[in-house]
Design a protein around this ligand. Structure first.
Ligand code: 8OZ
Length: 366
């Protein structure tokens, strides 16, 4: 029976264990450029079998919150390089999450004050964080079909930048109601034409992005993150048939030889079986995908071990517990107590609540 602490092959990557650091937005990259403090933070967590970085915008138009990192300029590449080097020096693996927020943005964050772009011209009923604090997101402009090739090329360019920065691979963010999911869900996508209407069309953007990114860095270095049951408090209604949508997504990407699928089981950061959401046949989806299967959402050590032992998943991603426990792998292995999360320091700021969480043998830093 495999355990959480056994090595595993994931596409082109050889991981020391099945404990993954989930992608976690921390808003500590002023102007989009990663810092030395971020290198400390990721190096501290390098005993994870795999680190997935915080979501990182693939272009100027892809940004939706203040001070999230980018991965599309030489300055971004140069600033990420010490981070990948320090994780590798500590024996870890690190992939970067490629992100386009679509309509979850604000004109003040976008080049020349542009309107956000999406599958739709309808605004999301939510807020984002700007220089002026939390503000309602701006009303988007619907992308024209003839703009999609440039968008797909932006993903490929970002993937190339990631490879040049020393990342072991990339995760395509197709979850949490950002741009790709704005195309996937029939509750958001109100287009006609090649990218709207039937599920075959709504999946088209994701398929084109995966193909372009895979061609750039190798399909065996690409993962895809999905979140069929996430509504963010009702601001992003579910697809009318999440199971069928996911089945279609998986059946399209299954033949591509990808490293992994990363499935958020439930409401991101919330209930594993949200009220009103359909019961998903997760294993049915998993059986349709030949690569590694990663699960995430409120999973503790015990549940994670059970998921690996029973074959429910090959990898388990931990979010909040990895923020507050840089040595999470050791703590899980030794059934040691976990540091509590200091939620006030999640988004923005400096070392406090970021790189000052103590390891098991340390006294509280500071
Ligand atoms: C928290 C705050 C801002 C963005 C996601 C990238 O939900 C995010 C995110 C999370 O995927």
């Amino acid at each position: 029976m495999p355990t959480l602490f056994d090595p595993v092959r994931v596409g082109a990557l050889q991981l020391a264990n099945r404990v993954v650091m989930a992608p976690l937005t921390r808003n500590r990259a002023p102007g989009g450029v990663p810092t030395a403090l971020m290198a400390d933070y990721y190096r501290q967590r390098a005993t994870a079998g795999l680190i997935i970085t915080e979501a990182s915008q693939i272009s100027g138009m892809a940004q939706g919150y203040l001070d999230t990192p980018g991965i599309y300029t030489q300055a971004h590449i140069d600033a990420w390089r010490p981070i990948t080097d320090s994780v590798h020096a500590a024996g870890g693996n690190i992939v970067i999450q490629l992100w386009h927020v679509g309509r979850i943005s604000h004109t003040s964050l976008l080049p020349d004050g542009a309107d956000p772009v999406s599958s739709t011209a309808r605004a999301a009923n939510t807020k984002t964080f700007t220089r002026d604090g939390f503000v309602p997101v701006s009303t988007p402009r619907a992308l024209r079909d003839d703009e999609i090739p440039t968008l797909v090329a932006d993903y490929a360019h970002a993937a190339r930048c990631a490879a040049n920065a020393g990342f072991d691979g990339v995760e395509i963010h197709a979850a949490n109601t950002y741009l790709i999911e704005q195309f996937l869900r029939d509750s958001i996508n109100d287009r006609v034409g090649a990218y709207g209407g039937p599920v075959e069309n709504r999946v088209r953007l994701l398929v084109e992005v995966v193909q372009a990114v895979g061609r750039e860095v190798g399909f065996e270095r690409v993962g895809v993150r999905l979140s069929p049951l996430t509504t963010f408090g009702g601001s992003a209604p579910l697809d009318s048939n999440p199971q069928a949508l996911m089945h279609h997504v998986i059946s399209r990407i299954a033949p591509m030889g990808l490293a992994y699928v990363h499935m958020i089981e439930g409401e991101t950061g919330g209930a594993r079986q949200p009220e009103g959401a359909p019961a998903m046949d997760w294993q049915g989806l998993r059986r349709a995908f030949p690569g590694a299967w990663m699960v995430n959402n409120g999973i503790d050590g015990e549940r994670a071990q059970a998921a690996i032992a029973s074959g429910h998943a090959d990898l388990v991603a931990f979010g909040r517990s990895f923020i507050s426990n840089p040595d999470l792998v050791r703590r899980l292995r030794e059934h040691a107590p976990l540091n509590a999360l200091r939620a006030d320091f999640l988004y923005g700021g400096g070392a406090e609540g970021y790189t000052d969480y103590p390891m098991l043998d340390e006294r509280v830093a500071g």
